[in-house]
Design a protein around this ligand. Sequence first.
Ligand code: FE2
Ligand code: FE2
Length: 219
Amino acid sequence: MITLKDVQAVKDIQELIQKADDYLGALGFTDHGMNHIEMVTKRALMIADKLTFTDEEKELVGIAAYMHDIGNITGRQNHSIAGSIMAFQLLRELHMDITHISKIMTAIANHDENNSEITDTISAVLIIADKSDVRQSRVREKNRQKFDIHDRVNFAVQSSSLIVINGNKEIWLNLEIDTSLSPMMDYFEIFLSRMLLSKKAAQKLGYHFHLKINSSILA
Ligand SMILES: [Fe+2]
Ligand SMILES: [Fe+2]
C-alpha cells in the first residue's frame, strides 16, 4: 500500500503545497502552507488513532489531510474539487490502488464548508482536523491596521487544542481567545459554518462535537 510517508516524499506534491500557499498569500489569505498541512495531518491522525481506525484507514486519512489544500493552486473557489482531481493524477502516478484513491478524492472534494457532503469517516476526520486549525501564526499580515476579519480572529487565538474523549464519545475544540484583539462575534461570523460542519462530521463518527471558548461552552 502507498503510505503517507511515500506521498510526503514526492517533491512535486511538496512544491504544489508551497505554490498553492504562495498564491493564497498573494491574495491575502492566512497560512495554508506546510504549517497548516502538518497541523491538519497531525490532528487527523490523532483522531483516527483515538477512534481505532485500521492501519490502512490511518494512511488514507493522513494522505487526504496532507493533500487536502493543493487545489488552491487553481483558485480559492472550488479548491476542494480541483484538489480532488489533482490528487487522482498524482496518486495514480504512484500506482496507488483505485479503491484507496477514490476514498482520498471523496475526502478532499468534501472538506470545504461551502461544498460538502459527508458520506464516510475519512471525510469526517479531515473536516474536523482542518476546521480546528485556528491560530495566531496563521496570520501573514504584519500591519494590524490592515487586518481583515480572518486575520483578526486567527490573531486573537492564543491557544487551541483538539481533544477526543472516547468514553463519552466527545470531540472538543478548546480555544483561548483574547477578546480585546477580536470580538467573539467576529469568530462566529467566519466560524459558524465551519463549526456546524464539524458537528455534522462528528455525528458521522458517532461522536458529539463541543466548542469551548475561554471558559464558555458554546456547543
Ligand atoms: Fe481547504
Ligand atoms: Fe485546509
